[in-house]
Design a protein around this ligand. Structure first.
Ligand code: APR
Length: 267
């Protein structure tokens, strides 16, 4: 495993790859002003993740009201894609990146122009009905889905716990909380994308949360080169062909710029 702090070794890897897949975590969005979870000052250093489980959300109107307040604050900041998101979109537009598998729920990859994005943990840009009393960890709604503004309009009208307009069920952001199953088909879609990659970039993730972190780990274990771009060490560093210690917004753009204009190697 090579360790680097500059972008050049990453550019050298990208130059030989034609089917890159990016696996991203909250660290790719911190330069958009969105705190990650486990860095100093991260979300789970300020809140207890045990308070944000699917079961507690279903059981308590107060937990739901607090969750809507937090989501409202998040979207009021109107986060925008940063140079790292745009670099991955550029690599896709250059025909070298097959897609992004992200743990993030902020939708910033799509906002940057990425068109193939698998959102392992769903998206906070939508809300959905999860039913009146869903079974453990499994949303059981009527199918109602809308943009998050539907919910904020109701919150602004004084509702603290907006209910489904079709069936009266509980409404939640279309995200995957602790204690909630991933949405059907998402893991298979991610595995299919990664299974065909000739280079996996893991960007801005502590690679500690499963089943998500098992995806880059499996790719590396089956011989696909793995490059990790992260501010700090991760448990998968030993599996990586290259570890770049640095900020995503400083490393990805020059590495991508160095290869995006060159002809991609044969697929
Ligand atoms: N550039 C590179 N790395 C960064 C940057 C940056 N600008 N900012 C933060 N990092 C690194 C941090 O050092 C940390 O190792 O990104 C990593 C973010 O790790 P986490 O906060 O654990 O976020 P993530 O890996 O996405 O968490 C996975 O955990 O709580 C659940 O559902 C949540 O999807 C999330 C999952």
């Amino acid at each position: 495993m090579d360790k680097a702090t500059g972008w050049q070794p990453l550019a050298a890897l990208l130059a030989t790859a034609a089917r890159v897949v990016a696996f991203t975590g909250a660290g790719i969005s911190t330069e958009s002003g969105i705190p990650d979870f486990r860095s100093p000052g991260g979300v789970w250093t300020r809140y207890d993740p045990r308070d944000f489980t699917f079961a507690k959300y279903v059981a308590s109107a107060e937990v739901r009201a607090r969750a809507w307040r937090m989501r409202r604050e998040f979207w009021q900041a109107d986060p925008q894609p940063n140079a790292a998101h745009r670099a991955l979109a550029d690599l896709e537009a250059a025909g070298r990146l097959r897609g992004v598998v992200t743990q993030n729920i902020d939708g910033l990859h799509q906002a940057a122009g990425s068109t193939t994005v698998v959102e392992l943990h769903g998206t906070s840009r939508q809300v959905m009905c999860i039913g009146h009393a869903p079974r453990v960890g499994t949303p059981d709604g009527c199918g109602f889905r809308s943009g998050y503004r539907w919910a904020f309009d109701h919150i602004d009208d004084g509702e603290t716990d907006p209910r489904c307009p079709q069936c009266g069920g509980i409404v939640k952001s279309a995200t995957v909380s602790f204690g909630q199953n991933l949405f059907p088909g998402v893991l298979d879609a991610a595995a299919a994308l990664l299974g065909d990659a000739d280079l996996v970039l893991a960007v801005g993730s502590s690679l500690q949360v499963y089943p998500a972190a098992g995806l880059p780990a499996s790719a590396a274990a089956t011989g696909t080169p793995l490059a990790i771009i992260n501010d700090e060490a991760t448990p998968l560093d030993a599996l990586a062909s290259l570890v770049v210690r640095g900020r995503a917004g400083a490393v990805l753009p020059p590495a991508v710029a160095a290869v995006a204009c060159r002809t991609a190697p044969q697929q």
